[in-house]
Write a new protein. Structure first.
Length: 73
């Protein structure tokens, strides 16, 4: 898993501190970098990799109106 993590980080490139910590915690818990805990998939049903999903969730939290999500006034 650690080799997979190093290879993945090299391909992904820049990670924020928050992203790096979350990714390392995810892998330390025994999960693959090519899966995500939110069960978010692409249009074909393939799971997004961890960082893609992490960034999408962060964007959804920051801009819920862009995703048609309900927010309190």
């Amino acid at each position: 898993m650690r080799r997979q993590l190093r290879q993945y980080e090299a391909v992904v490139g820049f990670l924020t501190t928050e992203e790096r910590i979350a990714l390392h915690d995810w892998v330390t818990d025994g999960s693959s970098v090519y899966e995500n805990g939110w069960w978010i998939t692409d249009e074909g049903g393939k799971p997004l990799c961890f960082i893609e999903a992490f960034r999408l969730v962060a964007d959804m939290r920051s801009h819920p109106e862009d995703y048609g999500l309900w927010t309190e006034a």
